[in-house]
Design a protein around this ligand. Sequence first.
Ligand code: GDP
Length: 705
Amino acid sequence: MSIRVHTLAKQLGITSKELLAKLKSLNIKAAGHMSALDDGTVQIVSAELKGKTKDSGAKVKSKAKPKAEPKAKPKVKPKAKPRPAPKAKPKVQAKPTIEEQPQVKEEPAQPTQETVGEEPKLKPLQTKMPLSVKELAVKLNVKTNDLIKHLMKMKIMATINQMLDEDTVVKIGKEFDYAIERLPDLEEELLHIQKEDDAEGDLQHRAPVVTLMGHVDHGKTSLLDMIRKTRVAAREAGGITQHIGAYEVNVGNKKITFLDTPGHEAFTAMRARGAVATDIVVLVVAANDGVMPQTIEAIDHAKAAGVPIVVAINKVDLPHINLAKVKAQLGQRGLNTEDMGGKTIAVNVSAKSGAGIDEMLEMILLEAEMLELKANPNRYARGVVIESKLSRGTGPTATVLVQNGTLKIGDVLVCGDFCAKVKSMINDQGKQIKQAGPSDPVEISGLTGVPEAGERFYVVEDEKKAREFSFRRLEEKRLRGASSAAHVSLEDLYQQIKDGKIKELNLIVKADVQGSLEALLQSLQKLTTEDVTIKIIHSGVGNINVSDVMLATVSNALVIGFHVGIQSNAKELAEKEKVDITLYNIIYEVTANIKSALEGMLEPHLKENFLGKAQVRQIFKVTKVGNVAGCIVLAGKIFRNAQGKVIRNNEEVFRGKITSLKRFKDDAKEVTAGQECGIGFERFKEIRPADIIECFEIEKVARRL
Ligand code: GDP
């Protein structure tokens, strides 16, 4: 008879994690909490633990013990205010206010203190960063030209409006006898009010927050519906569940929160705004289909975010399925299930019959146990927006997930550019509630605008403070907009490595076929040098899509396309987010180019400049010439002999030279937006109505070193 780690842990009254630690200390191999232990092992461990239990009052409780001690902590951290008994006093007083916190502005700047001996003249100065040359000149009380000259001496060629980073500003400050210190940005200041000074004793377990991901049609929505139907409705007989973007289910005396927008795009879009709301990803893989492109995307997105994965193999009710094959495919992607000797938890489920769902919920709780998710319900709330909308009656509403603290009616919060005095709160069963604790999703009203999903919220002490924060938020946004985005590009890669800013080069690689993808990945891996490691955070077959660009944004990655195009919405996003995408047709070129970039020897690269766009209305057959597309120019200009590409359903289907351009019967050199024309390509005859023809020129861009 064998018994699984998590079952034995339950019997012994300890967590799986503690049991695994014990096994490790006894040199007994167990991969994870689903590993089976034989009788002999069970006896040894049980005896060991029983011995310990007597003298220590169970090691298990050791976490509860220090709860009495944290009072000592404030001595170490003089800034932390003793927390009054939370329930005894009105909430606002129970929490540290901004005034109570040491005011950053009043503190003398650190460098002054440190350098008192050598440079007694350094005057303290605090400012926001980044700062433009002009703004810095005003702060230092010098002429802009003098400052620019100084910068030139430091080998920094800057214009008046150029933004300077913190290092540079501090360096220049010293030259002018100032000890410059960065003022905390808004997020930091808010976090400061909400400082994570929770003593261990204040922390309580919170429910895991789960997102379902996987390939389209593998059953994410069906699973979410099934869980909701069987678990939420059962709780409230006759109650109607309300769609608020997330819901909670009870499993025994524990809870799980499910986010209702499945898929990795929403997940990564939230990350792009700085929030990881998800604790655990449930990867849904259909048993009949196995691992598919979006399964791989989902795995890579979850991995890039460092979120653990529980696999749900769905549709096991179908005949002729091969579970071993699915597990082998998962293994190839680094998800080795426990029965294959790995640590990944996998459960067989059917969203149709409901089979396996209870076990899946159990397994989510097991994974959560390993994560030891905790929060302090007795403090100002903070969390993240899951969904938002503008409703007719109530105005802007948002479903927020409370991540720490307790949100109450009447609380004042800041969220993005907006603030709110919480007017009402509705839970996932449509019930009005007065407060929501950690991991609770709740729809709130009373906002001054509609915040974006992924935006973080923080409760502050009063409306005045909230308005002040909103104002500063806008100011910071303006500043950030002025400074260039910090994403890595091939051109400045070498510089960034030299400055020690990059130790790992993240790449996203897309290719037209699996064979070339694998060959390419192998060659790329070999480029790892002493200074920088090449890390492929995602690779796949197909055109570069929005999800690739989003992943590149959040992971500061370069995107490489081999024999593939870029979907037009992905291109727009890449331009907005300043993500570097390079397309290649020869493997050697990819590796040579990246190698040169790593070594700072990059040749000028070729950049496409958009010239104009036309839409095909009709196809004409012209003798000797072949098919000519009758078009209307939608934007810019189309030029004869320029490069053109044909886009169909957002995918590039052809690129080549525009060899013929006609206005009515005459040859034309160029045709402008609003006019009709005939466009012909040398080798492309399969042009169709509704195709988009984009005209562009190729420019050589020198590397910026
Ligand atoms: P999503 O795109 O991942 O959200 O997938 P859906 O939940 O929309 O499911 C896609 C299709 O698979 C639908 O037709 C479902 O009825 C079907 N489906 C989902 N789960 C199961 C299952 O467990 N068994 C069977 N036989 N079909 C399922």
